[in-house]
Design a protein around this ligand. Sequence first.
Ligand code: SF4
Ligand code: SF4
Length: 242
Amino acid sequence: MAEQMLRALDPHEPFRFGCSAQLACFNRCCRDLNQFLTPFDILQLKAHLGLSAAEFLAHYTTTHAGPATGLPVVTLRPAPTADRPCPFVGHEGCRVYPARPSSCRVYPVVRLLHRCRATGRRRETFALLCEPHCRGFDDGPLWTAAEWTAAQGLDRYNEYNDGLMDLVAHSRRRRIRLDAGQQGAIRLALYDAEGFRRQLAIQGIPTPLANPQGGPREIPESDGELLRLGYRWVAHILREAP
Ligand code: SF4
Ligand code: SF4
């Protein structure tokens, strides 16, 4: 990412932006991307498409182990043509718009998360990604970062995605290297809701999570609650990792 494209954005600083099908750049931003998906993105997309998580992963994504931590990284697999379009872009625009991933929602804002080591408190800062091909900056309403976040329905996504960022930061800080078994368990807990639910039904809720201090006693019915349990399970795996 060229540095001059990214400029710091004060939380209260207004920026102008409007995206529409009338712009010459319409759909250009949905090509040639390295589209990273969070576990919550996958829950929304698979529900929208009426698929299981395993079906969604098999049809639309590629998974690899993150180079620094070995944590699974899931990306959207582009269509196999020269311009590498997102599998969901059509002539009319995004075909999964109500369930579009966090990275599509937040654009052109970049949200950076910082955690204070002393207090553990999270702090967010913002930047604006000003790509030359994007005509959205030429016209449109004025927004602040908070208004943009709310308008794009990002608050709920951030709530879940920040849990993932904490796990990644923890792995990096401790320089954890995961073995294949741990990687498989983490992939199941974070990215395969139905598979994780099946495993919990067979094995029960893992002992470190089934405690009387707030740990669930039953397998959560909602995918969101199941993902929260998955995050706690992964945090436990990382704590135990050498
Ligand atoms: S999910 Fe939708 S908005 Fe995001 S890149 Fe694909 S087509 Fe574009
Ligand atoms: S205005 Fe920007 S975000 Fe909208 S279609 Fe054009 S390039 Fe994409």
